[in-house]
Design a protein around this ligand. Structure first.
Ligand code: SAH
Length: 251
């Protein structure tokens, strides 16, 4: 029997230039490709490869499916957008290993990092994550909203720049508004806010605004929201979008 293997692959935010060489090699080698349908669709075609595309909410089932296939000797790639370790499949695979068949611990599992949305977004604007920052998922599919609100409050009080993932979806339209009311009660109105949607894809849109003026109805599930800290500065330029950076010398 051939040796099974799992690659947990990050595809980057969308731009093929941001797909690493290791990720590309793993996608070419994989006999089976498993992941949320839009991500699977982004992997380059390979003849004979079995593609198992699924809904977004079944991460653990998908992880178990990958482990079972690898245990049967297949070379499997589990794909995520961005980095697989940031609100994505890598944690689900290790949770399935932790709770599953003890023999799965002996499997050859390799995590291949990708460029996360926050890094791609930061690079477009300058260096908004240049000083202490945190990443928070606003989704309450897997944790209660009270926990999300608590973390937002502590991040605001701690003067962290925040990268907010999963800010809204059709199933959760109000949470971004709730998050902004909370942040408006804790941070100055001029705090820089970035809405960056579909970065690296054809429909990319970036909006630089502030906490007071931000229109949360523009935020959808393809958007990453960045909230500045006290050290976040805007550098205006003629016709081009201003640079945004967070000073490392800020107190
Ligand atoms: N593993 C991914 C994140 C998955 S969570 C990563 O590391 O980037 C999905 C969320 O990521 C989306 O709701 C959105 O907030 C953000 N996101 C993913 N791709 C994006 C892109 N191209 N542009 C902006 N935000 C993106």
């Amino acid at each position: 029997m051939s040796e099974g293997r799992i690659y947990i692959v990050g595809l980057g935010p969308g731009d093929s230039g941001y797909l690493t060489q290791d990720a590309l090699a793993a996608l070419k080698e994989a006999e089976d490709l498993i992941g949320y349908a839009p991500y699977v669709a982004r992997a380059p075609e390979r003849a004979g490869q079995i593609r198992v595309a699924s809904d977004n909410r079944v991460e653990l089932d998908r992880a178990r499916e990958a482990l079972a296939r690898a245990a049967a000797g297949r070379v499997v790639a589990v794909v995520s957008g961005g980095d697989p370790g940031v609100f994505a499949m890598a944690a689900a695979v290790f949770e399935a290993v932790d709770e599953g068949d003890p023999s799965w611990r002996e499997l050859d599992i390799r995590v291949l990092p990708g460029i996360s949305a926050m890094q791609a977004v930061a690079a477009r604007l300058g260096a908004p994550l240049g000083h202490d920052f945190c990443a928070i998922s606003l989704s309450d599919n897997l944790k209660p909203w009270e926990k999300v609100a608590q973390r937002l409050e502590h991040a605001a009080r701690g003067d962290f720049v925040m990268a907010l993932y999963n800010p809204a979806s059709r199933a959760r339209p109000t949470q971004i508004a709730d998050a902004f009311s909370l942040l408006r009660s804790l941070l100055p109105p001029q705090t820089p806010v970035i809405f960056a949607r579909a970065v690296g894809r054809e429909d990319e849109e970036i909006l630089l605004t502030n906490l007071e003026q931000a229109d949360v109805s523009l935020v959808d599930m393809a958007t990453l929201v960045v909230i500045g800290a006290s050290g976040t500065r805007i550098v205006p330029r003629g016709n081009a979008r201003p640079w945004v950076y967070t000073s490392r010398r800020a107190p």
